[in-house]
Design a protein around this ligand. Structure first.
Ligand code: DAH
Length: 346
């Protein structure tokens, strides 16, 4: 075969081989076979040494063109393979947006947290701030500075979990009053403090060893029991219904003087008397009172200058009244059928 025919044959063969390739590595190998330093084209060009000048010129030009032609063909093939790879990948990764979605149930806000959020909204609207304190408290903040010295009989009202003689799990949110007074150093205060508290109680329908309270403290000039009554009546109406009334009964707490127990008119019988309110027409919801002078003094306040009131709402009790729940343990046993009833989006 003459040299020129040989060249044409090379192109033909290369084209045939290219058609069969669909893999980039193989393509690279084949390209080296044809166009590499020791490839078919290079070898053919080196065979020209023995030819006449004329023939060399002719074949040289042809083989250069063929080289360019082959390079273009290999490049074209490379692009085609790459495109095929991409479109295969796209196809395998394509998403059918018309398929129905997987249903992931959304959680809801726990009813106790809902009550706390409502209380916060309500009191923030009346100018209160929300204060916080730790659940592990000192005996001093939880009792001594609230006018409950060691050995005081009223400590029996709250069976407390002690960690050491000086440290305990707070049995009430009242120590946040002390913390805030010590921070504010004699300045007026208007706070609520919601949070968890702990007591050594056996769990039953109305007792839990861990529950929640929302404390309130207002200190300023000329604050009276009438202001306390106003703050609590507003709360009772907003939380339990506009037609609710409250009444104050004398009581005792070491940190308040006078102290009161606050009842709300029964929502089931509208105050007429029924089994829920034990035929009294009233249901006890919280303790409150005017802050005891000793408590003010112990945390740096002068009772002649500043006085005020405090209250402690039982969050479970309020929530149970609001939704007519008859067992406090429902809040803590995580029964999804119970909790789902309080979800806004079902
Ligand atoms: N700390 C009291 C309790 O746990 C509730 C309470 C009563 C809080 C009267 C107060 C208050 O701030 O003034 O039973």
């Amino acid at each position: 075969m003459g040299n020129l025919e040989q060249l044409d044959k090379v192109v033909e063969e290369a084209e045939k081989e290219l058609n069969a390739i669909d893999d980039l590595n193989l393509l690279q190998q084949k390209k080296a076979n044809y166009l590499g330093k020791k490839g078919v084209v290079a070898q053919m060009m080196s065979n020209m040494r023995d030819l006449t000048v004329e023939a060399r010129k002719e074949i040289g030009m042809r083989s250069n063109r063929i080289k360019e032609l082959l390079e273009a063909k290999f490049e074209e093939k490379r692009k085609a393979i790459e495109e095929a790879i991409i479109s295969k990948k796209l196809q395998s990764e394509s998403i059918d947006v018309t398929l129905p979605g997987v249903h992931l149930p959304i959680g809801g806000i726990h009813p106790l947290n809902q009550t706390i959020m409502e209380l916060e909204d309500l009191y923030i609207g009346m100018g209160y701030k929300v204060a916080e304190g730790p659940e592990i408290e000192t005996d001093e903040n939880c009792f001594e500075k609230l006018n409950l010295p060691k050995g005081h009989p009223a400590r029996d009202m709250q069976d407390t979990f002690y960690i050491s003689p000086e440290l305990l799990l707070r049995s009430q949110t009242s120590p946040v009053q002390v913390r805030t007074m010590l921070e504010e150093e004699g300045k007026p205060i208007k706070i609520i403090c919601p949070g968890k508290v702990y007591r050594r109680d056996a769990d039953d329908a109305t007792h839990s060893h861990q529950f929640m309270q929302c404390e309130g403290l207002v200190l300023g000039k000329n604050i009276t029991l009438a202001d306390l009554k106003g703050a609590l009546l507003e709360m009772a109406k907003k939380m339990l219904g506009e037609d609710r009334e409250i009444r104050l009964r004398p009581s005792f707490f070491p940190f308040t003087e006078p102290s009161v127990e606050v009842d709300v008119s029964c929502g089931l019988c509208n105050g007429k008397g029924c089994p829920t309110c034990k035929n009294t027409g009233w249901i006890e919801v919280l303790g409150a009172g005017m802050v005891n002078d000793n408590v003010l003094r112990m945390s740096g306040y002068d009772p002649k200058e500043i006085q005020g009131f405090a209250f402690g709402i039982g969050v479970e009790r309020l929530t149970m009244l609001k939704y007519r729940i008859d067992d406090i343990r429902n809040f803590y046993t995580n029964d999804i059928r119970f909790l789902n009833q309080f979800k806004e989006v079902k």
